[in-house]
Design a protein around this ligand. Sequence first.
Ligand SMILES: [Fe+2]
Length: 211
Amino acid sequence: MSVEPAEGRRRFVLSLPLLAVLPWSLCGIAATLPTPGQMLGPFYPLQPDPAAGNDLATVDGRVRALGAPLTIVGRVRDTTGRARAGVLVEIWQTNAHGRYHHPHDDSPLPLDPDFRGYGRAATGSEGDYRFRTVMPVAYPGRTPHVHFRLSRGARELLVTQMYLPGEAGRQNQRDGLFMSVDAAERARLVGVAQAGEPGTLRFDIVIDGGR
Ligand SMILES: [Fe+2]
């Protein structure tokens, strides 16, 4: 049965709003806002160890590093929502005393020989990554945070920092770097505690789609 011209026009007009959202709905994804960048800071390793793994706290099969155990999990996606596999994720942070394992950190606080301070992992097929570490602590001028650097080959994709939800409304609000971005961006820099998984924070990362 043929469609009358008037009915055909009505169908066309009705479909216009659908066409406007088609690029997103086709993939079943929504536009995603990028994770804000944050400064690299002075304590990125002078010579990042290519053999470092995703476990900063375990020695000889046991978690020996001082401090509260922390697992960080997350997914790396781009701004279209597409998972990004094969991205190198590097993290570095203070030990449980508030000191970096870095020659330029001249803090009198002690080192922890059982804590590596730096780790790396490549994202899996779903953009997923995981680290085992300990809770970072505050040091003068800074609220607790974990540094992140994402790259693919020689191409740097993002440098940022993850903050702790337990410090929301407390030390985070006195941290100049954290407060240098607006409230909506700050919300995307805070790890999310995982229900039923004590000591685990989720930090999903969104990189610019064109990168
Ligand atoms: Fe830092």
